[in-house]
Design a protein around this ligand. Structure first.
Ligand code: NAP
Length: 492
């Protein structure tokens, strides 16, 4: 056993980096960040597939306190995001707290000593007064449970583990998955491979992507007059906020969501002339049920002769043959899995967390309901911060979520200091009231009022409840994180 640190953060992605910056702002230096990968950046370290770019404009997809005037495009490529993560970690002196290649397997609260015991895969145990689970939502890659897939004898590449040495030239490729990742990968694989069959289970709403190389004078203005970048951020974030408002307040703003749907349909109609292909690519659920995405190259790719769309479903994989439900057999050399992540199966939480009286967070959520307080703390779990908690995901840019959580931590730790406390725990009544309120708000959103039955959206948990996203505006979220009643916590 090592000495007890003040805090342990699990995860060196943007969430972990943001919380680390906040701890330092609060004068807390005695913490370490444990990361299972070999470098920082989370999503932006693990994902490096061709075509990877952020699909939220970069003026918004960055920390508000660390704008980057150097983005090369309105939607920066993935490699720039990875560099941005490194830049922030270095600028805020966070990197030296990180330990890589360290996998956390579980954590247990010791009520007597008032500390977390954090178990590592190598069998050792670390101890800390505060535990921050900053493991993200999209961190556990999903391999589809298609019969025979494990016996596939060709090359398999998951989008989170791209093999840049594999040469697609002359190869027959299959790609499973048409989420935001698939939408970015399809044009790229089509460009490289001789044949491409895309297996789509659920179509995705795709709106045009207004993307452009950042003009030199704009970069110069962002550099010299930071207010200009701030203005661009405010304008762009307002557009995203309007989109969000239509989704969360579907009861009132349904026409807004329908307008976005009409835009996506128009985009598809302009890009694909074949009516049968268009029909297959048109989602049969309402806009917003599932996370939509933006692309100008995805739809036109299906017009290419060597690209085929298969929508009947996959029956099985045998050797190098994929058999579709309609009986079509396709011989392939390489199988690309853009099948996303397990959110509700292997996340929430990403490792076993045992709180007071041995309460198991994951089991508790599944046996009762997915609860949290302000999307960050949980009753029964003293001194635990969970950045990927139910109802934490706020707005479209993940930075909105992180910065809101930094504000919560600021208010909470400042109050603890004032009281000379070393322990916090949210009251059960406060967490229940918050969760009730979120459930009531969800009832007005597209997730409850829209037609989402066929969407297979990760916004819904296994029980079919939309417990991932916070159904409020991001503005409201930030205000609440700065003003929540301190009485909602007990301190000791
Ligand atoms: P995803 O949205 O979960 O999509 C996974 C895809 O794989 C879906 O089309 C899914 O079909 C399909 N799939 C999974 N299991 C399958 C199976 N057994 N059989 C057939 N199809 C199967 O994952 P993602 O595309 O990686 O995106 C996840 C999130 O990451 C996005 O929503 C976005 O928030 C983020 N993202 C952002 C960017 C960016 O900013 N640049 C890029 C990529 C991703 P069903 O829909 O039928 O389940």
């Amino acid at each position: 056993m090592t000495r007890t640190r003040e805090a342990i953060i699990v995860g060196a992605g943007l969430g972990g980096i943001g919380i680390a910056i906040q701890l330092k702002r609060l004068g807390i230096e005695d913490f370490e960040i444990l990361e299972r990968n070999d470098d920082l950046g989370g999503t932006w370290h693990v994902n490096h597939y061709p075509g990877l770019a952020v699909d939220i404009p970069s003026v918004t997809y960055s920390f508000s306190f660390e704008p980057n005037p150097h983005w090369s495009r309105w939607y920066a490529p993935g490699a720039e995001l990875k560099r941005y993560c490194e830049h922030v970690a270095d600028s805020y002196d966070v990197r030296r707290h990180m330990r890589f290649g360290v996998e956390v397997t579980g954590a247990r609260w010791d009520d007597e000593t008032g500390e977390w015991h954090v178990a590592l895969a190598d069998g050792s145990v670390e101890r800390a007064t505060y535990l921050v689970a900053a493991t993200g939502f999209l961190s556990q890659p999903k391999v589809p449970d298609i019969p025979g897939i494990e016996s596939f004898t060709g090359k398999v590449i998951h989008s989170t583990d791209w093999d840049h040495d594999y040469d697609f030239t002359g190869k027959r490729a299959a790609l499973i998955g048409t989420g935001a990742t698939g939408v970015q990968l399809v044009p790229e694989v089509a460009r490289m491979a001789a044949e491409l069959t895309v297996y789509q289970r659920t179509a995705i709403w795709v709106t045009p992507k207004v993307d452009f190389a950042m003009p030199g004078p704009v970069q110069k203005a962002f550099r010299r007059v930071p207010l200009t970048q701030r203005a661009a951020r405010i304008w762009n974030s307002s557009v995203l906020e309007a989109l969000l408002a239509g989704v969360i307040n579907y009861k009132v703003l349904k026409p807004g969501a329908k307008a976005a749907e009409a835009l996506a349909k128009h985009h598809l109609a302009r890009s694909v002339k074949d009516p049968e292909l268009r029909r297959k690519l048109t989602p049969d659920y309402d806009f917003g049920c599932k996370r939509p995405t933006f692309s100008n190259t995805y739809y036109p790719t299906f017009n290419r002769e060597h690209v085929h769309l298969e929508t009947s479903g996959i029956e099985r994989v045998e050797g190098t043959t994929i058999t579709a439900v309609d009986g079509t057999c396709t011989e392939i050399d390489v199988l690309v899995l853009a099948t996303g992540f397990s959110l509700w199966e292997t996340n929430f939480p990403a490792f076993e967390i045992l709180g007071r009286d041995g309460l198991d967070l994951g089991k508790h959520w599944r046996e009762t309901r997915f609860t949290s307080y302000q999307g960050i703390t949980a009753s029964g779990f003293p001194n635990l911060i969970g950045t990927a908690s139910p109802y934490s995901y706020s707005g479209l840019s993940f930075f909105t979520t992180i910065e809101a959580q930094m504000k919560h931590l600021d208010r909470l730790v400042t109050e603890m200091r004032r009281r000379g406390a070393s322990r916090f725990e949210v009251k059960e009544s406060a967490a229940e009231e918050f969760t009730d309120r979120m459930e009531e708000l969800v009832a007005d959103s597209v997730w409850a009022r829209g037609d989402c039955a066929t969407s297979r959206s990760y916004y819904f948990n296994q029980a079919g409840a939309a417990t991932l996203a916070r159904p409020t505006t991001t503005w409201h979220n930030h205000r609440e994180q700065e003003t929540f009643p301190l009485d909602d916590y007990t301190f000791g």
